[in-house]
Design a protein around this ligand. Structure first.
Ligand SMILES: Cc1cc2nc3c(=O)[nH]c(=O)nc-3n(C[C@H](O)[C@H](O)[C@H](O)COP(=O)(O)O)c2cc1C
Length: 274
């Protein structure tokens, strides 16, 4: 009897984006990137936050009892466990659960996320779903034990700064360090494999030629969405950190700065240990 191999499941990508203007550079790259992924056989689900009219504000109303002191972690967790989270939040959590990979795309505003996107993080990535402990098993949900292990994330942004301003000696700080809170504090914290970010600098002066270049560069990064190496952030619970969440004294002694949280090439080379 011959058996037909079961088809490889189509990878699902959640494209999460925030821009108020459909004719912006961000929106044009979104349309082009999604078409590229679909042409390559990916299923793409979208959360275009402005277009959805997403409410970014985390509030106690409807979550904690009237007049009670609102605890944004514990009360929201209880609402998750009791199935009382707002419908819009549950819909976004279901999209995230279904996704093998995420593209998180935005213009850099005040060196951070547009408020509408920050509010997606605040309302969707709740305790018991994205961090904390698993409500059923009590298991820790963080970093290498995070709930989104196996999901990959590509951060794609536009920014006004010139290319060298986000380089190693740039005035804005090197891009991966500038985005450390998002890449490490949010994405790696929840267990994702974090790809090096994709940025289009000098984004306020993009002519047709520069757009074509940016689009092609984005497509290359999308082609590697499921295969490109992730940033080698250190595991948190295998001896690299103390109980105070400081790098252990034996790890890169004397070194400081955000790059110490990456496993360096020579640490991975077994000959180095000899
Ligand atoms: C509210 C606001 C804040 C901004 N903050 C920054 C910033 O912190 N750093 C930067 O390089 N550009 C900043 N910019 C410039 C935008 O990043 C830039 O206009 C955008 O990426 C252009 O792409 P778009 O056409 O998709 O909006 C800011 C723009 C606005 C409107």
């Amino acid at each position: 009897m011959t058996t037909t191999p079961s088809p490889t499941p189509t990878p699902t990508v959640l494209w999460l984006s925030a821009h108020p203007e459909p004719r912006s550079l961000t929106a044009s790259l979104r349309v082009s990137g999604i078409a590229h992924l679909r042409a390559a056989g990916h299923e793409v689900i979208e959360s275009d936050l402005y277009a959805m009219g997403w409410d970014p504000v985390l509030r106690g109303e409807g979550i904690s009892a009237q007049g009670e002191r609102f605890d944004p972690t514990a009360d929201v967790r209880r609402a998750l466990v009791e199935g009382r989270l707002p419908e819009d939040v549950r819909r976004e959590q279901a999209k995230l659960t279904a996704a093998n990979a995420l593209v998180v795309q935005f213009p850099l505003w005040w060196y951070g996320l547009p408020a509408i996107l920050k509010g997606w993080m605040d309302r969707v990535l709740v305790s018991g779903f994205a961090f904390g402990t698993d409500p059923r098993t009590g298991r820790r949900l963080r970093f290498e034990d995070g709930p989104f292990r196996g999901k990959r994330v590509l951060t794609a942004l536009t920014l006004g700064d010139r290319p060298r301003a986000i380089g190693p000696r740039g005035k804005s700080g090197q891009l991966e360090e500038l985005l450390f809170g998002l890449l490490h504090g949010t994405f790696a914290y929840t267990g994702m494999d974090v790809l090096p970010p994709f940025a289009v600098p000098s984004a306020d002066r993009v002519d047709e030629e520069a757009f074509t270049r940016a689009q092609a560069a984005l497509h290359v990064r999308l082609d590697g969405l499921l295969t490109d190496p992730a940033l080698p952030y250190r595991p948190q619970f295998r001896g690299d950190y103390t109980e105070e969440w400081e790098l252990a004294p034996h790890v890169r002694p004397g070194e400081e700065g955000l790059s110490v949280h990456l496993v360096h090439e020579e640490e991975r080379d077994p000959s180095h240990a000899l």
